[in-house]
Design a protein around this ligand. Structure first.
Ligand code: GAL
Length: 373
């Protein structure tokens, strides 16, 4: 009896002591089974007291950035301790499926649609064997936050539709501009003036790194890296979040931004992005705007201190509003490990503000009490 009691006691105490009570950016983060969380390029929603974290399920080895399983989901009530709810959107074995095993699924973001009562997942899809050429936005749907999500379709947004406020004179191609040398001032000017918008007008605009932002009025937007990652597009989603309304604008034309994350504080919209250096980290950027449609003004690098020029060795993926702490946010980023993607870690930091500018400072360890100070 004594023995059983001490075994139970040690099990209970090991359970209690293995609980997380803080964020330790960049370090291994164990789920409630003691396994490193596998939800990269993720996004989080909050439903009835529970946070659901969706992300790319990576596997070991060089090929681990292609999707061999699908999109994973973890749930938590406190943001520190996460339970693995498994794969909620599964890749398919059918070689003709757009999401066949070995395709690329990146940056999944889920939004709950109050009108339809459905959970809608958008993600960046690359068709198997085509590198990053397809550049499609893909959508899946579920009745339940824990899935299963049913794949619907993928395509390039805004086919045959000009952006709002796009000058008429830029709608027709000017002869010879495609011969301009990349990165020259003339070439950048041609990009700003919509050279690649025109190129992709018939087949639809590209959609690589992306996020979904749901505004206070429940209107939702897909913000996606288009024009060969040179310009972000802000595309309004239809009321059921399953399609586009054809209202869209360009953000920071020729600014070369990816990894967008959008949030709103006191009626002002903010966006944090990265530059484009693949899996290698670079200097983050930030923007603010009074309207979702812009003009998005540059606020430059939000990071300060050591390694600020490399976003603390990470790349933005999402900005999470902290429940019960109005106007407070967590910056979520990935520290990619391309040689063994499953080992990638997460950098979560509190967003601070200084004179209307978001600020990110490194912490080896922090917790939600930060917001009480
Ligand atoms: C990054 C991007 C990632 C992934 C990677 C592939 O720039 O943010 O989501 O697409 O490139 O190299």
């Amino acid at each position: 009896m004594k023995l059983i009691f001490s075994i139970v006691l040690s099990l209970v105490s090991s359970f209690i002591f293995s609980q997380n009570d803080s964020f330790i950016p960049g370090k291994e983060w164990k789920d409630t089974n003691g396994v490193h969380i596998n939800a990269h390029g993720g996004g989080i929603i909050f439903v009835n007291g529970v946070y659901y974290w969706y992300g790319e399920y990576k596997t070991a080895g060089r090929g681990g950035n292609t999707s061999l399983q699908g999109v994973s989901c973890y749930s938590s009530k406190d943001l520190y301790n996460w339970t693995n709810d498994g794969i909620v959107l599964r890749v398919e074995n059918n070689p003709n499926s757009e999401i066949t095993k070995g395709c690329i699924i990146e940056r999944p973001k889920v939004a709950f649609n109050k009108k339809t009562g459905k959970y809608v997942m958008w993600f960046h899809l690359e068709l198997k064997g085509q590198g990053y050429d397809a550049a499609r936005a893909a959508v899946a749907i579920s009745d339940n936050p824990k899935g299963p999500f049913k794949y619907i379709k993928s395509y390039r947004p805004n086919k045959g539709v000009w952006p709002m406020n796009f000058d008429d004179k830029f709608k027709s191609a000017s002869i010879g501009e495609h011969q301009l040398k990349s990165w020259t001032p003339e070439w950048l000017e041609a990009i700003k003036n919509g050279m690649l918008v025109r190129r992709d007008f018939e087949k639809g605009q590209m959609s690589r790194d992306m996020t979904v932002y749901v505004d206070d009025n429940d209107k939702a937007y897909l913000i996606h890296a288009a024009e060969d990652n040179l310009t972000l597009h802000m595309s309004e989603l239809s009321d059921d979040y399953l399609d586009f309304t054809e209202k869209w604008t360009r953000v920071a034309p020729a600014g070369h931004n990816e990894a967008p994350a959008v949030f709103k504080q006191d009626g002002v919209y903010y966006m944090i992005t990265s530059g484009c250096t693949g899996w290698d980290p670079n200097e983050a950027r930030s923007f603010s705007s009074k309207s979702i449609w812009g003009l998005w003004e540059s606020l430059e690098n939000p990071c300060v201190g050591k390694d600020a020029a490399l976003t603390f060795h990470s790349q933005s993926t999402y900005v999470l509003p902290v429940q019960g702490k109005k106007g407070q946010f967590i910056f979520m980023a990935d520290r990619w490990k391309p040689d063994n993607p499953i080992d990638g870690t997460y950098v979560w930091l509190p967003i601070q503000f200084d004179k209307g500018k978001p600020i990110l400072k490194w912490f080896d360890k922090w917790d939600l009490d930060f917001y009480n100070n």
